[in-house]
Design a protein around this ligand. Structure first.
Ligand SMILES: NC(=O)c1ccc[n+]([C@@H]2O[C@H](COP(=O)([O-])OP(=O)(O)OC[C@H]3O[C@@H](n4cnc5c(N)ncnc54)[C@H](OP(=O)(O)O)[C@@H]3O)[C@@H](O)[C@H]2O)c1
Length: 277
């Protein structure tokens, strides 16, 4: 990741919701930009107050002021607000000066470029909710005019709140199916483990604590050992033991194929939403 050489003089956040807050906390902590270099806009007074009081950055209702102040802009509004917001800031957007990154799910770079002046440099980002705790997994794709330097700047920004991978834009729907919706798959697994734990006699709190810690510990083992999941699984599976009995049950019930089908369905749904259906 070519992130260390990147400096961002001024950052503008359009939309100061949960994801913008997570990103800003990461960026400030990493020292990528100073508080004085940041401005955020939001229609909600509560969000502006939080950004000003808790995060110490300037906040406004005026999206154009964000574009006037910021060189690197991140669009963090809901997807259905994108066209209106971009049309509003287009008159003050300068393609030579500004770089626009967008985290708006399902909005392609072509749709971001359309309302902006010709030559606008845009980068599409697909983050996920663990960004809220600094452990996001984001994928990025550049639009028609985005340069390698632009991608490096966006990579630096989002690396401050997790990991970043560059992918070709047609892959973004698959990203949505895997890491975008992925946290929900794990929450679903934890829900099932908790129910099973309760059926075995634990209280809900006990079962949740054990299941959540098990997920966290297993994920940490994957990252820290760098070993493939099959190998780590083999290491906890003694012949004829408890884990083997459980995994055989998962295999005979076709659980792997069902997870694959779920990821495929989410990616397909992302394509459908992108087409507006
Ligand atoms: N959460 C995720 O896991 C995730 C993952 C990938 C991508 N994303 C994308 O991230 C984006 C932001 O999500 P979020 O969860 O941070 O949403 P959010 O908390 O609702 O943030 C959006 C903020 O923008 C404000 N806003 C609405 N209209 C505006 C306007 N015209 N100008 C300026 N601000 C405006 C909203 O105010 P009001 O609430 O008052 O309307 C809200 O505070 C979405 O596009 C979503 O698709 C989210």
């Amino acid at each position: 990741m070519a992130t260390s050489a990147v400096t961002i003089r001024t950052l503008g956040l359009i939309g100061a919701g949960n994801m913008a807050e997570a990103l800003l906390r990461g960026v400030l902590k990493a020292g990528l930009v100073t508080k004085q270099g940041v401005i955020a806009s939001d229609i909600s007074l509560e969000r502006r107050t939080l950004f000003e009081k808790d995060l110490g950055v300037k906040a406004t209702t005026d999206n154009r002021a964000v574009v006037t102040h910021g060189d690197v802009l991140v669009l963090c509004v809901k997807p259905q607000q994108v066209d209106e917001v971009l049309a509003g800031v287009a008159p003050v957007f300068e393609p030579q000066r500004h770089l626009l990154a967008s985290i708006c799910a399902g909005v392609p770079t072509a749709r971001l470029e359309k309302p902006l002046p010709a030559g606008a440099r845009v980068v599409r980002v697909m983050p996920n909710t663990p960004m809220l705790v600094g452990l996001g997994a984001s994928c990025i794709s550049g639009g028609k005019h985005a340069t390698d330097r632009d991608l490096a700047a966006v990579e630096a920004l989002f690396s401050s709140a997790g990991i970043v991978m560059r992918v070709p834009e047609p892959m973004i729907d698959a990203v949505t199916g895997l890491s975008g919706s992925g946290p929900a798959y794990l929450f679903y697994l934890v829900e099932a483990m908790v129910d099973a734990g309760v059926a075995e006699g634990f209280t809900k709190e006990q079962a949740l604590k054990l299941a959540a810690r098990t997920c966290l510990g297993a994920a940490k083992m994957l990252e820290e050992t760098g070993l493939p999941p099959e190998e780590l699984r083999k290491r906890v599976t003694s012949p004829n033991g408890t884990t083997q009995a459980a995994v055989e049950r998962l295999d005979s019930d076709g659980v792997k194929a069902k997870i694959a089908a779920a990821v495929r369905r989410a990616a397909e749904r992302s394509r459908e939403l992108g087409r507006g259906s």
